[in-house]
Design a protein around this ligand. Sequence first.
Ligand code: AGP
Length: 609
Amino acid sequence: MCGIFGCILKEKNSAPVIHEALKRLEYRGYDSVGVAALHNGRLHIKKDQGKIDEVHEVHNLDDLPGNVGVGHTRWATHGAPLKVNAHPHVDCSGQIAVVHNGIIENFTELRVELENLGHIFKSKTDTEVIPHLIEESLRRNPSLDLANAVLEAVKKLEGSYAIAVVSTNEPDKIVCARKESPLVIGVEGDNVYCASDIPAFLPLTNRVVMVEDGELVIISHESLEIKKIADSTTVTREPEIFDWTAEMAVKKGYPHFMLKEIHEQPACLRNTLRLQDHYLDLMATFLDRAREVFLVACGTSYHACLAASYMFSKLAFLATYPVIASEFAEQHGKSVNIDSTILAVSQSGETADTLASVNSARERAATVLGLTNAMGSSLTRVSRVYIGQQSGPEIGVAATKTFTSQLSVLAQLALRLAKKRGKVSQDEMDFLAEKLDEIPDIVETIIETQEENAKRIAEKYKDARTFFFLGRGVSSATAYEGRLKLMEIAYVPSIAFPAGESKHGPISLVESGFPILFICPKDGTRKTLIGNIMEMKARGASIIAVIEEGDEEIKKLADDYMEMPKGIPEVLSPIPYAVPLQLLAYYIAVKRGLNPDTPRNLAKSVTVK
Ligand code: AGP
């Protein structure tokens, strides 16, 4: 998730306007920035790695001539956050510049094709294929104009994109196109803006033309033309007025970042399904060869590790040790050695306890693998192989979209390991891979069908003094995550444990009206779990159950329930089943008058021990 911006201004220089707009898009990515402006038939570009203020300090991003330009603030997915990978990217002639938000899945093949045609690439990004494709179309057919060359190029792209393209040959135009990634146009008299999100130009205009998926837009002083990429048919669309404050705009109209990020999960999960095979295979190979594997992390990331330990065992017959990072050195410090492998999971890539575990393991020559959301973070620098999960920046302190994305990546790793080890039949492999592809849509359905339900249940339990979260098997990891969300943003003292532990102590806490949330996918643990539900019900507990749609047996036992779509495989269930728990925690916090984005005593990415 990056931020792109472009503008065509009547009078003013574009660079200062682009600079300010990128500042308003910095929540979308902040590891490198760049601006390109057209003036006197030349492209003027300034770009570098680092936050916008840092780069501006060194390069003065306002100091570029010309009233037409584009800009980009980056959240690295392909290619480390370095100057060479910062956008805009240009073609061989340096006359075409492109800024892009999204992931080009087939960039490797396209790059090889273009290199065989003599194109020289400078960066490690997926994006750089786009200016070279446009250049190649114009080389093959010089009568083409920029818009049609962009049209030809985007038809070759697989994946997601929102792009803005400028060229010295048509200096009064910006050509944009989108597929999945967001793109909006702002109109203000003779000035026209294109951007990833409305906040970019909201202080300048609230007249917004929405760009739909599969559309190309040609903006100039004179006109704004929208065409369908598929068949070039023209689309007319009137601007809409958005009466949003800047803060509302950054939150896309959601009251809090946490709710916005819960709703972003389908898109983020689709991104995790676009990871480069090469790195997934490489990491699976390291895991396959390992004598012992520790899954090390903190908080929500640790819960992803806990769930992964079930996935690795059930699919690949690989025993792994999920370890809370702050306990790693104490618990395993002495036994770690050159045959040990540490898979460290950290969305920020900067959590001190996780990095300390990794460093203590490296001192004992262990192999370190990393799963993170922050390319260029400390974890990526100490990992032998790392995977960027591509969730985009997470602003809310409570991890939501990064948790489900971590689980999706770990499930993909477990599937590749299962394939390597031939532990699962091809049919089962295909079935699970198919289901994993459906997970983004399943999560979309859950948000649509269960948000109101979660709100209703939150209203009923907003004054609860405590809560139990119970599950069995892989769902015990989901239970721990549900508990953490409710504790950290709603301040409700809560307990989670594998349901089988109930009668070994915790059941003594249960009395009439005691709220207990059970996570009950239709898997091998369901029968036994029903026994646990009845045990608690017999002691007067209020039962909330997260069940598979149409599970009448548990519906009869539950006081309240949230229904999940049918047919979700057990090992993948923590991904969708976490979502109603996120919503419940969010609405209980809001109904208790709390701000879920900034819970007391907490900050994002704990970097102090
Ligand atoms: C989760 O909602 C919390 N913000 C916290 O537990 C977090 O998961 C933990 O600090 C780990 O952060 P990391 O993934 O950035 O390492």
